[in-house]
Design a protein around this ligand. Structure first.
Ligand code: ZN
Length: 461
């Protein structure tokens, strides 16, 4: 095709080339309303990365009203004339990008922001959103509630997988991890517990303000700001980890013997997986039985009731698997739940309980019609199944099958290499398989395909 003809062709057909030829700015980009996760297509957003969230919250436990200000420090990963945040329910009262007022509109869970001028690719910028209202949780595809869940004395706040957006505007997908500051004001007598280290606690005119700092990168779903009437216990472990336990008095008697074991559980897990990833640790034991679950909120899991020991072991195993090493896609959820469940098995095995083999055998004895075999853990099929039994139990069975195939030495090397190699970052199922093959020197493809991807009850390994 002759050059001149081609140029004419380009000129009349593509605005990109036209703009370039005319010396105009690069084409407009509007980011994207999701991070590309097939299970939650609108979760997260494209076009920018949030480095830090500075959240200032005031919660009135009587009326259930929340007043918030979120300052997000972000970097554009492409030129942006517009971008989205995830935010649902509460009323936005103001929005600026840098110091300038920005346009915004709501569309479902998307808060669509139009800055006065386009952001350059690579540009650092701040977004400040002020908001208010009575937060309400979201109902997930499996019917469970997540987000800001009001309780009789405050709120139980847990965000997996979607609920962060019920209390702050976020890039709400685990691919985007950030540091956090929380400044939370509640009526005197209530305690507000977030992630990381408590910086200060100050009471003025009948209100107490708690300032928390989470320095290591955290996915939005792992943030918490749980509020209640809590008994607080603080101490530093021999390894320098700052422990903060907050316990609802109604759960105190039942939880005391379990929480007492937290330092030894963390030490045992550190021996297996490598150093504990965070500066802070602890527990938030609420009295919120309607919630029905505990969550591995980063550095300090939140429990809806007094946990039993295996739940404590499970949620703290997630500090390595799920919190420090994050998912890139919800489909890979077995990397979180299979690992945390297998840690329960290992804990029992090494503390006078059943061997992991015995636990495996008991599960394997379940008939092919059992719910355990309903779908393969590496392919749950939809967001409705990510907390299904196969993800946890068959996910753990997958790790046991791996351990049986490669031997204890290689197996524990693999777990440690996974935790250290992806520390504060992300991992995928394919990367884990690759690592297991590299460390063990074995071809494990058949094993992983059988246990992770093949529907129905696998043949005996
Ligand atoms: Zn879990």
């Amino acid at each position: 095709m002759p050059k001149a003809v081609r140029r004419t062709f380009v000129l009349v057909t593509t605005p990109v080339a036209l703009a370039a030829l005319l010396g105009a700015a690069a084409p407009a980009s509007t980011g994207s309303p999701g991070a590309g996760d097939p299970y939650f297509p609108l979760a997260g957003n494209g076009g920018y990365h949030v480095g830090h969230y500075d959240l200032t919250l005031r919660y009135d436990t009587g009326s259930g009203r929340l007043d918030g200000k979120a300052v997000l420090t972000a970097r554009a990963t492409e030129r942006l004339t517009r971008f989205d945040l995830d935010f649902t329910g509460l009323t936005v009262t103001g929005l600026t990008v840098g110091k300038a007022k920005a346009g915004f509109r709501r569309s479902g869970q998307e808060l669509v922001v139009t800055p006065q001028r386009a952001l350059r690719k690579g540009e650092r910028f701040t977004v400040t959103v002020t908001y208010q209202g009575k937060p309400a949780p979201v109902t997930d595809p499996d019917g469970s509630l997540d987000g800001w869940i009001a309780t009789d004395d405050g709120a139980f706040v847990a965000g997996e997988p979607q609920g962060a957006m019920t209390w702050f505007p976020a890039n709400n997908h685990p691919t985007d991890k950030s540091s956090y500051d929380f400044t939370i004001t509640v009526p005197q007598g209530r305690t507000a517990v977030a992630n990381g280290v408590l910086f200060s606690r100050r009471t003025v005119h009948g209100r107490t303000t708690f300032r928390w700092h989470q320095s290591e990168p955290m996915a939005a779903y792992l943030a918490t700001a749980t509020v209640g009437k809590f008994k607080v216990e603080q101490f530093t472990t021999g390894n320098g980890i700052r422990v903060y336990n907050a316990v609802d008095a109604r759960e105190a008697a039942a939880s005391a013997p379990v929480l007492k074991k937290l330092p030894s559980v963390l030490e045992w897990e550190s021996k297996l997986f490598g150093p504990y990833p965070f500066r802070a640790a602890g527990s938030i034991v609420d009295h919120a039985h309607n919630v029905g679950y505990a969550l591995e909120t980063q550095s300090r899991p939140v429990y809806d009731r007094a946990p039993d020991l295996s739940t404590l072991v499970h949620e703290n195993a997630h500090q390595w698997f799920g919190d420090s090493v994050s998912l890139t896609s919800w489909k890979d959820i077995w990397l979180n739940e299979g690992f945390a469940t297998y840690t329960e098995w290992l804990y029992a095995e090494q503390h006078g309980g059943d061997s992991a083999q015995k636990t495996f055998d008991a599960l394997y004895a379940k008939p092919a019609s059992d719910g355990l075999w309903e779908f393969p853990p590496g392919n749950p099929g939809s967001g409705a199944n990510i907390f299904g039994t196969p993800v946890y139990a068959r996910g753990a069975m997958t790790l046991h099958a791996l351990r049986t195939a490669v031997g204890d030495r290689a197996f524990f090397l693999i777990l440690r290499a996974w935790a250290s190699g992806h520390r504060y970052g992300h991992g995928t199922t394919a990367q884990f398989e690759h690592l297991a093959q590299r460390v063990s020197g074995k071809d494990l493809d058949g094993l992983f395909r059988t246990w992770l991807d093949t529907p129905g009850k696998p043949n005996r390994p």
